[in-house]
Design a protein around this ligand. Structure first.
Ligand SMILES: *[C@@H]1O[C@H](CO)[C@@H](O)[C@H](O)[C@H]1NC(C)=O
Ligand SMILES: *[C@@H]1O[C@H](CO)[C@@H](O)[C@H](O)[C@H]1NC(C)=O
Length: 323
């Protein structure tokens, strides 16, 4: 008799406990042509998820930070989303491991999504992927991953609830995605962004990166193609400056090494293009880093991108809508 009573009580309590656990933890499902391969919860706020997509070759890692109160605020509370893109030679773990994005965003009511974009994927659908096909990074990120995130997290799934930013190659990616999906994002920022694809010094820098056996003319083709066929022209952020008209834009650059000097020129050119179109911009040239602090020395390096993430976050949060 006692034994049955105990079992009955346990069924009541244990099942409540189990349903609480499943209600609290995001339960990831395949959707929008993305298959969930596996996921782990690295700590209370940080998830690492492996996806596969027909748009890009191989397993795709993403990291997602949820707000501290995500598990307890209930089914009707929705949060805005920040997409953070990594740079060349990087991956999905960079922002949390090299810039401590978890601590920096820890007080924000925000979901932060950090996708893999391949070490040299350039956030574009490659013109000539050859045997590395498919390399449709834009389609994967913008047409598949964004709606997958909205299907798997309690997001504000509108322009007003989305921001996208990144560093270096990822700064280029963020500005290009914002230009091509201007109805889906309200804020975009680039830290040391590779923003002028028509600058031959930037073309050389990009063409000199190791493509790990993939064709180095893959992302944009040859810069010598006529303009009409030229992927560098087609994907150039400055050429498409007017597409940023409905967004808030922030650009950050330093000046303390040779790469950052090329990048500063590019940032100044986008600044001029936006200014001639009367598109508002927050522009921060922190020079040798002293004005922005946190150990930034003005070079193309993580202490600066950590400092700029700290600086940009309240600007982004002031614009993004909560629900
Ligand atoms: C978060 O808020 C706590 C309490 O107000 C504060 O001590 C901490 O410095 C904040 N952290 C960040 C990264 O802003
Ligand atoms: C992006 O905006 C377009 C046009 O408003 C809309 O059709 C599309 O569903 C949006 N995408 C997402 C992922 O919200």
């Amino acid at each position: 008799m006692h034994w049955y009573l105990l079992l009955f009580v346990c069924i009541l309590i244990c099942s409540t406990w189990v349903s609480n656990v499943t209600a609290d933890a995001p339960y990831f499902v395949s959707a929008h042509d993305l298959a969930v391969l596996s996921s782990i919860r690295l700590n209370n706020e940080l998830y690492e998820i492996y996806l596969s997509s027909a748009e890009v070759r191989g397993m795709q890692k993403i990291r997602v930070l949820v707000p501290r109160d995500y598990a307890t605020t209930g089914a009707n509370r929705r949060y805005p989303v920040l997409y953070l893109l990594h740079g060349a030679y990087g991956g999905a773990t960079d922002w949390t491991m090299a810039a401590d994005a978890q601590t920096i965003t820890s007080n924000a009511s925000l979901i932060t999504v950090m996708p893999n974009g391949d070490s040299f994927g350039w956030y574009t659908n490659w013109i000539s992927p050859a045997e590395a096909a498919p390399q449709n990074w834009r389609t994967y990120h913008m047409e598949k991953l964004v709606p997958w995130i909205d299907a798997n997290f309690r997001t504000v799934a509108t322009k007003e609830g989305r921001a996208i930013g990144g560093l270096s190659m990822g700064g280029f990616g963020a500005i290009r995605y914002a230009q091509q999906y201007s109805t889906n994002f309200s804020y975009t920022f680039a830290f040391s962004g590779a923003l002028d694809l028509l600058d031959s010094r930037m073309q050389q820098t990009i063409l000199n990166t190791p493509y790990n056996g993939k064709p180095f003319l893959g992302p944009f083709g040859s810069p010598l193609e006529p303009l009409g066929l030229n992927g560098w022209f087609a994907q150039d952020p400055i050429t498409h400056a007017s597409s940023l008209r409905t967004l808030n834009v922030a650009l950050y650059t330093g000046n303390a090494d040779s790469l950052e000097l090329i990048i500063r020129d590019a940032n100044n050119r986008l600044r001029q293009a936006l200014s001639s179109l009367n598109i508002p911009l927050y522009f921060n040239d922190y020079g040798n880093g002293q004005s922005i602090g946190y150990g930034c020395d003005g070079t193309h390096s993580w202490p600066c991108w950590k400092a700029t993430l700290i600086d940009v976050l309240p600007r982004v949060m002031a614009v993004l809508q909560q629900q």
